[in-house]
Write a protein that binds this ligand. Structure first.
Ligand SMILES: [Zn+2]
Length: 225
């Protein structure tokens, strides 16, 4: 049975690969959690300097760091920590090292819920997959549940056929939650990432296909003990 109730959290830690993942991907769910009273922290592993959008900007890494700071403020995030692993090469980084960053921040922020991309990385990006691996590995050692944002197979299939993309979806039977989301703050946060959102038809189409709901599943469920 799929739930329409957002899991409770006092302190949520978003673990993602690129500045904009917290807004483009997780922004709807994150603003719902904040609206329900959670404190929010973002850990982002790369500065997104390898993006093909606005790749000619003189210092895309710096621009994107500023965009993340602005978007985080809009989403009500208390703390965002941006690391500088090489964009596009996160999967080559030692998982134990990435995991240690997640664990450190989770301990500092007394995190009781980690929010990450689904295991397929949503867009299929290997950086996304590795960020989620780090979230799950950290959660296993510090006993914090990991909730994944997922998209439906129908949404992935439509995007893949329209844009020749590599989105990875799920059937509804694999999902635990279907949550109504207000996209007001997410939309404002997306606008903060102007270098990536100014001309991004894939993002617009995904949001249109997803509509007013987001799907979630446990990667590491809460312990019942
Ligand atoms: Zn990304």
């Amino acid at each position: 049975m799929i739930s329409s109730m957002l899991p409770a959290a006092k302190s949520v830690l978003v673990v993602c690969a690129h500045p904009d993942d917290e807004s483009f991907g997780l922004g709807g769910v994150l603003s719902a959690l904040v609206d329900h009273g959670a404190d929010a922290t973002v850990l982002c592993f790369t500065r997104g300097e390898a993006s093909t959008l606005h790749a000619t900007l003189r210092d895309l890494a710096m621009v994107r760091a500023e965009e993340l700071a602005r978007a985080a403020k809009v989403l009500g995030v208390l703390r965002s920590e941006l690391l500088d692993y090489a964009d596009g090469h996160l999967a080559e980084q030692p998982l134990a090292e990435l995991t240690a960053h997640v664990r450190r921040i989770a301990e500092e922020m007394d995190t009781d819920l980690i929010l990450a991309f689904d295991e397929g990385g949503i867009t299929g990006h290997r950086d996304h997959v590795q960020a989620t691996h780090a979230a799950v590995a950290a959660a296993t050692s510090c006993g914090v549940p990991v909730l994944a944002w997922a998209i439906l197979d129908e949404v992935a299939d439509a995007l893949n056929s329209e844009f020749d993309a590599g989105f990875v979806g799920r059937s509804e039977s694999e999902l635990g939650f279907r949550i109504p989301v207000d996209r007001t703050l997410q939309s404002a946060a997306i606008k903060c990432h102007l270098s990536q959102s100014g001309s991004n038809p894939v993002l617009r189409r995904r949001l249109e296909l997803t509509g007013g709901f987001e799907y979630l599943r446990w990667l590491t469920p809460p312990s019942t003990s």
